[in-house]
Design a protein around this ligand. Sequence first.
Ligand code: KIV
Ligand code: NA
Length: 265
Amino acid sequence: RKPVTLHRIREMQAAGEPITMLTCYDASFAKLLDAAGVDTLLIGDSLGMVLQGRSSTLPVTLEETAYHIRSVQAGNRNAFVLGDMPFGSYQESKEQAMRSATVLMQAGAQMVKLEGGGWTTETVRFLVERGVPVCAHLGLTPQSVHAIGGYRIQGKSADGAATLKQHAKELSDAGAAMCVLELVPAALAKEITQSVAMATIGIGASNACSGQVLVLHDMLNVTQGKLPRFVRNFMDGAPSIKAAIEAYVAAVKSRTFPDDAVHGY
Ligand code: KIV
Ligand code: NA
């Protein structure tokens, strides 16, 4: 296949073709996910939990993220690669954010992702104006887990929903090309998707989003313990890891995953 570019992502969004995303942290999986046709690979700060065994994403550093981006790009050929801006690498100022984005882009990221709404709008504008494609991340923002008080559904109250919608609109207007919506009620995720220019990527949101993302180790049933309702085990019935990834791509492309009645809120 041809390289997936931001231009191609916008074409998919305009055509109503769901965008597939999975997290990825190393060259071997990058090669496999690319061959299975996954559109976009996210070097998420979930690497702190799934690779390092930490209990949150907070300890992940910029250099660790850059290392995994370099590893992914060593195996990837055509997928579009996003890197997470770790906690503490963009909160101080838009200049700090630009310096951190530079490290990730020089490691091979084609887009950076940062969490939060409202205060992030000016940072997003600053980066986009300077040639850094940006993915926003609203709803449950795991870097704020200690402020939120746990991993819980967001935007449930009327006030919370209105704020989330407002933040999404501001980020889209500031030039964010994509936005992860995490643990957002299905109706709200749909409303946001229909009202903003940027592509929405759902995780525990709705199949009405422009695309979907899952943590690789969760959907491959590697993660032990209780998983959130929005995860589906794609190894179930798959003869190989490659087949499981292909099943994920097919399910997202056909909007059979997620099933809002089963995986939604
Ligand atoms: O870090 C991560 O894996 C993420 C996705 C769950 C969206 O941010
Ligand atoms: Na993340």
